[in-house]
Design a protein around this ligand. Structure first.
Ligand code: ADP
Ligand code: MG
Length: 440
């Protein structure tokens, strides 16, 4: 059983005492679990919170290594002795359709990916590469923050080309590294080279972890060159631009930059809503539009977390046998959601930005074109789109603009600055935090 394998892997990562004391008490509820949800039962609430905080990330990671899918790990309290006949009737979570245990997650397809302004460029680049592998952009380098869809797009290329019978290797750079060490130790480096240099498509995830690993960088450099020279397609992802990866050899940086580099930005509200709709449709979960908007406006940009929220909500609703209403959702998600964000209005944002950027709130609301006021106004507009549910026309109305062109222009401008200036993201995060704490 899969969970026995996971437990064995976990054994290597924790002390024997921890294993005896905690992990042994976990019961894996197989019938309630599915490819993207792992339900673990423990006998008491104390153990529940302990395991949820200490081990659930590790467990999710190990599942991902084994199945190619990173599940949400849900730890629930259940006294197995008093209720021997459980789960299968109470918990009717829809079984997901025919998921094979392969390294490519079969649901990471282009069809399941929602494109919007924040990821359009990366999406288009990925589909072009899948259409003409090795011929247009080689390598393709995708980068962006956590949970924004890099692995999804990377694997979508893989899934499309796998369907055409191409030979594909998908590895995280960590797996590449382990593989390398293993073959080196066993003196089978020729097999290692044969394997990596023999594929049509090499997909490498999270290459930022190459940082400071000089020996692997050397091997990777040669593999890379041979594949590229042979016209084989290479696609990589990282959490930052190659330039910003510290401890990466200059020659690798320049190789990485020699093809096409595409970034993925955090999704706008509309894109978030479209993604949530898509996830619900794929998982057979019914959520009303007001609940979808509630989740989209109250959760962070990380789509993985949003996905987890939807799955939890659904699991929770089937366990307690109650329909998901807006109140139910608010209640169930209380501790996951940034409660403070609920109260953020454009007024609040104007006040915080005025203070932070040394202008008057009235100046931000005015039509003044002086540079520092325009900059402050632009920032307010950008943050209003990210932190409040207001649409562009509504924001335009707030500022007395005749239509939303100027609003859209301001957002574009900030997105450009985000690309050019490495400090911009940090500055925006700081402002967001100030706005959020101001309304607590
Ligand atoms: P990253 O590799 O950037 O950390 P992932 O590709 O693992 O992020 O994405 C996290 C989750 O969010 C995945 O389940 C993925 O399917 C989903 N996701 C992210 N962006 C989108 C999108 N635009 N459309 C549909 N699903 C998305
Ligand atoms: Mg990833």
């Amino acid at each position: 059983m899969i969970f026995d394998t996971i437990k064995n892997l976990l054994k290597d990562e924790i002390t024997p005492q921890e294993f005896e004391r905690y992990i042994k008490q976990i019961h894996y509820n197989e019938s309630a679990s599915r490819s993207n949800l792992v339900v673990l039962e423990v006998p008491n609430p104390l153990l529940r919170s302990w395991i949820a905080t200490r081990y659930s990330d590790k467990i999710a990671h190990l599942f991902e290594l084994k199945t190619g899918i990173r599940p949400v790990v849900e730890v629930v309290v259940k006294n197995r002795h008093t209720r021997p006949k459980e789960s299968s009737e109470e918990i009717t979570i829809q079984q997901s359709k025919g998921v094979k245990s392969t390294l490519l997650n079969p649901s990471h397809t282009f069809e399941n990916f929602v494109a919007g302004p924040s990821n359009q460029f990366a999406y288009t680049a990925a589909t072009s590469v899948a259409d003409k592998p090795g011929r247009l952009y080689n390598p393709l380098f995708l980068y962006g923050g956590v949970g924004l869809g890099k692995t999804h797009l990377l694997q979508a290329i893989g899934n499309r080309l796998a369907a055409q019978g191409k030979s594909i290797i998908y590895v995280t750079i960590e797996q590449f590294l382990n593989d390398f060490t293993l073959h080196l130790r066993n003196q089978t480096m020729d097999r290692f080279r044969e394997k990596y240099r023999g594929c049509d498509l090499l997909l490498i995830d999270d290459v930022q972890f190459l940082s400071n690993k000089l020996e692997t960088q050397e091997e990777f450099f040669h593999t890379f060159n041979e594949l590229q020279a042979a016209g084989r397609q290479i696609v990589m992802t990282a959490d930052k631009h190659p330039k910003q990866i510290a401890g990466l050899e200059a020659r690798l940086k320049s190789r990485f930059e020699s093809g096409l580099i595409a970034d993925i930005q955090p999704p706008e509200l509309e894109t978030k809503i479209a993604i949530i709709r898509k996830k619900c449709e794929l998982d057979g979960i019914r959520l009303s539009p007001d609940i979808i908007t509630y989740i989209a406006t109250h959760m962070d940009e990380n789509i993985r977390q949003i996905e987890g929220t939807i799955i939890r909500l659904n699991a929770y609703s089937s366990m307690v046998g109650q329909e998901i209403t807006l109140d139910f959702a608010k209640n169930a998600l209380r501790d996951q959601i940034k409660e403070t964000q609920a109260n953020i209005t454009i007024d609040t944002i104007v006040e915080v930005i005025a203070r932070e950027m040394n202008v008057k709130p009235s100046e931000i609301r005015s039509k003044s074109r002086s540079t520092n006021i325009v900059n402050a106004r632009r920032m307010v507009i950008y943050l209003a789109r990210t932190l409040t549910p207001n649409s562009m026309p509504i924001i335009a109305q707030y500022f007395g603009m005749k239509d939303h062109t100027a609003v859209s222009h301001s957002i574009k401008k900030i997105n450009e600055l985000l690309k050019q200036d490495a400090n911009m993201q940090a500055r925006i995060d700081e402002l967001k935090a100030k706005i959020q704490s101001g309304t607590a």
